[in-house]
Design a protein around this ligand. Structure first.
Ligand code: COI
Length: 361
């Protein structure tokens, strides 16, 4: 694929002070450039380019604005001690991208094309990858439907773009345990719906419950299944894992939760550490019963943004559980260190998960 690169003549100041002060936050700053490419029915993908970061101009009738035909990905690039930039399992994101695209009737992309696009923009903006431990360059590929039409049908025209954000921890308190409200009134997804796709609508639909949880003093919402409102699903921004006795239990990939790249990596690392891992339906009653019997040892979420995020408190039907004394548990800590070690190139990558961003542009 030929990629035209136009460099900015007015580079922005990098948020070095915020990085030093540990106040980068998540998705607050953006790098100098972005990747763009259009798709037209009958032509395919065309006009791949890296340009200075800029506003988009789209027709007010563009279908994304009315019917939400949109998908995105969550990825990160990491700086190693040797100043290489590493991607983490980018081809797994490319595969999920295509799954999301198919579900939303949008054009797919060869994984190599997806990879080349990432390489180009991250290479041009490699200096924007922060240095501090726990920081990264968050990559946000997205695709929107641009057809000027109010008919409800798949568009014939799309824009694919990637923006990059030097970021710190997703939660404002870093790796400190989060508190979670178990939601019973609203649901996130049901079988046959879009739960497994990374589309904006899933996130828009979750915000009301998020606000409700926040008003009650909780950081996040834990979704239960849409039919019985009984089985653990996920936490919107992360997949959930519970350590009951010595076993790590997480919801199965049955079409209603996001197939997390971090979820898959953590299950692999846990199994390779010799721990028992189960992907199965886990009811909220079972979690509470285990807690009452003193067998719920840890709970944590996993996600690209959240990495491994311990859950210190859970609230269901007015009963608040404090998990592991509200502290980070040993399994969560081990898995966090192990995963970040690989992502930063500090530990040997026996899985072949990382990919160096080539110096080409
Ligand atoms: C990620 O984990 O990178 C995501 O895309 C979740 C996001 C909605 C914060």
């Amino acid at each position: 694929m030929e990629i035209k690169v136009t460099r900015t003549t007015a580079p922005l100041e990098k948020p070095l002070e915020a990085e030093k002060a540990g106040t980068l936050g998540f998705g607050n700053y953006f790098s100098d450039h972005m990747f763009l490419m259009e798709y037209d029915e009958g032509i395919g993908w065309h006009d791949a380019r890296v340009e200075p970061y800029h506003n988009l101009s789209i027709d007010p009738a563009a279908s994304v604005l009315h019917y939400g035909q949109e998908i995105f990905e969550g990825m990160k690039a990491y700086r190693t001690k040797e100043d290489e930039i590493l991607f983490f399992r980018p081809l797994m994101n490319a595969a999920r991208w295509n799954q999301s695209a198919k579900r939303m009737c949008m054009p797919t992309m060869e994984p190599e094309m997806y990879m080349e696009a990432l390489q180009a923009v991250v290479d041009v903006d490699r200096d924007w990858t922060p240095h501090a431990y726990g920081t990264s360059l968050v990559l946000r590929p997205a695709m929107i439907a641009l057809e000027k039409s109010l008919g409800v049908h798949p568009a014939k025209k799309y824009l694919f773009f990637i923006i990059c954000s030097p970021s710190g921890a997703y939660y404002k308190n870093g790796m400190a345990p989060v508190s979670i409200y178990v939601e019973e009134e609203y649901i996130r997804a049901a079988a046959g719906g879009t739960g497994y796709a990374k589309c904006g609508g899933n996130y828009a639909g979750s915000m009301l419950a998020g606000e409700k949880a926040e008003e009650m003093g909780y950081d996040q919402v834990l979704w239960l299944d849409g039919v019985e409102r009984k089985y653990i699903e996920e936490v919107g921004s992360m997949n959930m894992m519970f350590v009951i006795d010595d076993t790590i239990i997480t919801a199965p990939l049955a079409g209603t939760i996001l197939p997390g790249v971090t979820r898959n990596s953590i299950l692999t690392l846990a199994a390779d550490a010799g721990w028992k891992v189960e992907e199965r339906k886990l009811s909220i009653d079972e979690v509470y019963q285990a807690a009452h019997e003193g067998r719920l040892n840890e709970a944590f979420g996993t996600g690209t943004a959240a990495v491994v995020s311990p859950v210190g408190k859970l609230c269901w039907r007015g009963e608040e559980l404090v998990i592991n004394g509200g502290k980070i548990g040993p399994k969560a800590q081990y898995l966090f260190d192990k995963l970040l070690g690989i992502q930063l190139g500090n530990s040997e990558d026996v899985y072949g998960w990382t990919k160096v961003c080539e110096r080409k542009y």
